[in-house]
Structure formats: structure tokens, C-alpha cells
Design a protein around this ligand. Structure first.
Ligand SMILES: [Zn+2]
Length: 309
């Protein structure tokens, strides 16, 4: 199987004003491990287009987009979106349009070429961004923009999202909650940033709050008990993945104890759902993952499974 690997050099131009875990070096670390892994023959590289205003506005309020456009900082200056965590510089809006555009292209490619998957190696990440807010390093909700493109442009009626980032995908939940066309499954450390998701009551949201020090055995059991049966019953026409690798044992952003083999297991199970229900149609989108070596190795583990027969 081939996997489309979608990125764009402008995703690197979103640069922090000073040392920051969400840095351009994250994408370089992924590229380095790809080269070392020998997986290249199974990847098809594509450059991300810019998401259009229409595509972004399927998810975000016009006032939010216009505020970002009007507030674009001058060269060498930065603004922040939420108490200083989410920096916003001269090139950030362009990078955000590339990140969202990668996911839109991923959806288009996977729906055109069944049996192919796509991985979007992009930043800024997206799953904390809601309709009218950016937070947690996220400007646009890339996965939600891809989901709405699949539903409204391609006419799909059931899209599943699996979010295995160590943080709850609060922005994605806010956007898709109570939308019966979408099933959202999120595993996350709790209590922990952004301190949401533990009390959600919604038929289309499966939240799996897990304590600090959760290891692969505990995560696999939660996913097998709650997420996989819900995905099987939902019978998705497309599977989207918010692929955050910040639950890795070596990642100091959080306190899970996952390793590469756990990401392989997760990927194999999620890909299995896609193969059984929708000809393997799966679009995976990078979210977190801040320890550079662990991030690169984990993405390679994820991609190796996606390229398996
Ligand atoms: Zn995260």
C-alpha cells in the first residue's frame, strides 16, 4: 500500500519568537527518520495547497478568521492567542492555511485512490482550535476542516475521528459534538491540559480520560473496550486520525508511558477499522509530539503500519 505524505516548506515558516516546544524542527526530525528508515519507496510525496477561505469557514467563524488576517504581526514581531502559549507571527497564517490544505488534499486523494492512506506532516497543529478560538499551539482545526470537506464537498455521511494525542481534542469536540455525521474518539491524560472531556455527554463523542503514567497495556485496553466497538458500530466511510505522539515515554510534555510499539498497535487497529468499513480510506494528521527523536521514530512506526498490505 502507498501512503501519500503531504507537507509544505511554508509549515516551517511558522517560527516561535524564542525556544518553544512547537518548533519547525519537529518536521525536520520526522524527515530525518523517514530517510533513515528506508520507508521512502512506499511514500508518495505531495505539496500541500493553501486551504481556501470557503474550506476554513466550514469550521471557523468568519470573525475569527478576519481577526487573524487583520492581526498579522509585522516582521520580527509576534502576537499570542491564549495567554502566551500560542504564538502568532508574520508567516503563521500562511502555515495554518497549508496545514489545513494538506488535510483537504489528503481527503481528496484518499477518496480518489481507495486502498491508499495519507499522512499530513504539518504544523501548526489543530485539535485544540475551536470555531472561534485558537489555543494550545493550534490556529485552525486541521482535522475538522478535512472532515467537513469530506462531508460537504464529497457528500459522505459518516466520518470517524480517532485522536490519540496525550491531550484532549477539545477544539475538535466543540466543533463536532452532537453532529451525527461524525464519531469522535479521544484518549487523553486527565486531569491535565486543557482539562476538558471528562464529563462530556454526547452520543457521538467517546472520551477516554486516563491517569498519568498510563502505559501501552492500559491504553490498549481502553481503546479495545470503548473506542473500537464504537467505530465498528458507526461503520465509517472515512477514518481521520489526530495523530499526536506526545504520550511517548520520552516526551516531557506529558506523563504517559507509550513507546513505538504502542503507536504501531494503535495504527494497526485504526487502519483495520478503515479496511473493514471503507476500503482502507484513512487520513492521519500530525498533532503533538515534542521530543524530537521520539517524534520521528513514532511517526515512522505509524507510517510503517499504514504502508502494510
Ligand atoms: Zn498534545
Amino acid at each position: 500500500m502507498k501512503t501519500f505524505f503531504i507537507s509544505h516548506p511554508e509549515c516551517l515558516a511558522h517560527r516561535p519568537p524564542s525556544a518553544h516546544p512547537e518548533s519547525p524542527e519537529r518536521l525536520d526530525a520526522i524527515d530525518d527518520q523517514l530517510i533513515a528508515s528506508g520507508i521512502e519507496p512506499w511514500l508518495r510525496h505531495r505539496e500541500a495547497p493553501l486551504a481556501t477561505r470557503e474550506q476554513v469557514l466550514r469550521v471557523h467563524d468568519a470573525a475569527y478568521l478576519e481577526a487573524l488576517e487583520a492581526g498579522r504581526p509585522d516582521p520580527g514581531h509576534w502576537a499570542t492567542l491564549d495567554g502566551g502559549d500560542t504564538y502568532y507571527g508574520e508567516h503563521s497564517l500562511q502555515a495554518a492555511h497549508r496545514a489545513a490544505g494538506a488535510v483537504v488534499l489528503g481527503v481528496d486523494l484518499v477518496l480518489e485512490h481507495s486502498t491508499h492512506t495519507a499522512f499530513c506532516s504539518v504544523r501548526p497543529p489543530g485539535h485544540h482550535a475551536g470555531r472561534d478560538y485558537g489555543m494550545g499551539f493550534c490556529l485552525f482545526n486541521n482535522v475538522a476542516i478535512g472532515v467537513m470537506h469530506a462531508l460537504e464537498q464529497h457528500g459522505l455521511s459518516r466520518v470517524a475521528i480517532v485522536d490519540f494525542d496525550v491531550h484532549h481534542g477539545n477544539g475538535t469536540e466543540d466543533i463536532v459534538r452532537d453532529d451525527p455525521r461524525v464519531l469522535f474518539c479521544s484518549s487523553f491524560q486527565h486531569p491535565f491540559y486543557p482539562n476538558t472531556g471528562a464529563d462530556t455527554r454526547s452520543d457521538n463523542v467517546i472520551n477516554m480520560p486516563l491517569p498519568r503514567d498510563t502505559d501501552g497495556v492500559a491504553l490498549q485496553s481502553a481503546i479495545a473496550e470503548r473506542c473500537l466497538p464504537a467505530l465498528e458500530a458507526f461503520d465509517p466511510e472515512l477514518v481521520m486520525v489526530s495523530a499526536g505522539f506526545d504520550g511517548h515515554l520520552e516526551d516531557e510534555m506529558a506523563n504517559f508511558r507509550l513507546v513505538e510499539s504502542d503507536y504501531e498497535w494503535l495504527t494497526r487497529e485504526i487502519h483495520g477499522i478503515a479496511k473493514r468499513h471503507c476500503e482502507g480510506r484513512l487520513v492521519s494528521v500530525l498533532e503533538g509530539g515534542y521530543e524530537l527523536s521520539a517524534l520521528g521514530r513514532s511517526v515512522v512506526a505509524h507510517l510503517k503500519v499504514l504502508t502494510e498490505e
